[in-house]
Design a protein around this ligand. Structure first.
Ligand code: SF4
Ligand SMILES: [Zn+2]
Ligand SMILES: [Zn+2]
Length: 298
C-alpha cells in the first residue's frame, strides 16, 4: 500500500523505505527533477534548451519530464540525436528518439558521424587499440556542441543519471584523475562552449526506467555492443553490487565527491579555452581532441 494514499504501491524507495503508488511516484520523480533544476539554476525563462536524445531510457525520460515540467513556461525544447554509426544498435534507438520527439511535438535535429567526420564509429575503431567509447565520447561531445550552437541553444541537457555520476566519480578516483573529477562541477561559461546541464543526475537508473514504464514511454533497452569493453562497465557492475549490499552507496559517492570538491576546487582553477586551430571548437590545447583523433584515423 502507498505510504501517502490507499492505492497499491509500485515502488519502495530504497533511501527511506517510502512506498509509492503510480501517481505519487510520478509526482515524487518530477518534484525531485524540478528540485535539481532549481538548485542548480539550470534553466531560465526564454532559454532554448537542446536535449540530447539518443532513444535510450535516460534521454527519453529526460525529454518527457522536461516537457512536462516546463510546459507553461517560456522555454523552448529542441532535440538533438547523434548517430554514431553503430550497426545493430543505433538504428533502433534512433527510431525511439524520433517517436518521443514526434509524440511531444519537439523539433528534432539529426547529426551523424558519417556526415561530420567522414566515417561511422564502427569504421573508426577497426584495428585500433583505443576503446570505442573514447572515440564515441570525444566525437559525440564535439558534434553535440557544434549542433547546439548552430541551433542557438543556451544549454545542452543530457540524460546522465545518478548511476552514471557515481560511476564517473569512481572511475576518476580509480584513475587518480583529480583534474577531470573537478571538471565534473558546473563551471563558468566559456566562449563557444554551450553549457551542459544534467537534470536527472540525482535520479537512480531504476527509477528512470519505472518513470518511462508508468508513463507508457517507448524506449530502446538494448545495450551498445561496445559497452562491455569499457572500464565503465566494470565500475558499473561493482557499484551495482555495492548498492545491493549497502543501499545508498551511489548517492553517498556523489555527495561525498561534492563535499570534497567544495573544499578543494580552488586548487583547480578553470583554464581559459581557445579556439581549435583546425575546426574552431573550444579546446585546451592548440588542436582539439576530436581533430587529434581524426588525424590519427586518417
Ligand atoms: S557504450 Fe561507448 S561506444 Fe557505445 S554508445 Fe556508449 S560511449 Fe558510445
Ligand atoms: Zn499514493
Ligand atoms: Zn578541432
Amino acid at each position: 500500500m502507498c505510504t501517502l494514499c490507499s492505492s497499491p504501491a509500485i515502488i519502495s524507495l530504497k533511501r527511506d523505505g517510502t512506498r509509492l503508488c503510480q501517481d505519487h511516484f510520478i509526482s515524487y520523480f518530477e518534484a525531485k527533477v524540478e528540485e535539481t533544476l532549481l538548485s542548480g539554476g539550470m534553466i531560465a525563462e526564454k532559454e532554448r534548451i537542446a536535449v540530447a536524445v539518443s532513444g535510450g531510457k535516460d534521454s527519453t525520460a529526460l525529454l518527457f519530464c522536461l516537457y512536462r515540467l516546463l510546459s507553461g513556461r517560456e522555454v523552448e525544447l529542441v532535440a538533438i540525436t547523434v548517430d554514431e554509426g553503430i550497426a545493430g544498435y543505433r538504428d533502433d534507438t534512433i527510431q525511439a528518439a524520433k517517436a518521443i520527439a514526434r509524440q511531444l511535438g519537439v523539433k528534432q535535429h539529426m547529426v551523424s558521424f558519417r556526415e561530420e567526420y567522414g566515417q561511422s564509429l564502427d569504421r573508426m575503431v577497426v584495428g585500433r587499440h583505443v576503446a570505442p567509447c573514447t572515440y564515441c565520447g570525444v566525437f559525440r561531445k564535439h558534434a553535440l556542441n557544434r549542433a547546439a550552437r548552430a541551433l542557438g541553444a543556451d544549454k545542452i541537457a543530457t540524460g546522465h543519471n545518478l548511476d552514471d555520476e557515481a560511476q564517473t566519480v569512481m572511475m576518476n578516483y580509480l584513475k587518480g584523475d583529480l583534474e577531470r573529477l573537478m571538471r565534473l562541477r558546473p563551471r563558468r561559461a566559456q566562449k563557444g562552449l554551450v553549457p551542459r546541464i544534467k537534470p536527472l543526475r540525482m535520479m537512480p537508473e531504476k527509477e528512470i526506467a519505472l518513470y518511462c514504464m508508468v508513463n507508457g514511454i517507448f524506449f530502446q533497452s538494448r545495450e551498445c555492443p561496445y559497452a562491455s569493453l569499457s572500464l565503465r562497465a566494470e565500475v558499473r557492475d561493482m557499484m551495482n553490487a555495492l548498492e545491493g549490499q549497502f543501499p545508498g552507496t551511489k548517492l553517498s559517492t556523489v555527495q561525498g565527491f561534492e563535499r570534497i570538491a567544495e573544499v578543494d576546487q580552488a586548487r583547480w582553477p578553470q583554464i581559459d579555452l581557445a579556439a581549435c586551430k583546425k575546426c574552431g571548437e573550444p579546446c585546451v590545447e592548440e588542436i582539439c581532441k576530436a581533430c587529434q583523433l581524426l588525424q590519427e584515423i586518417k
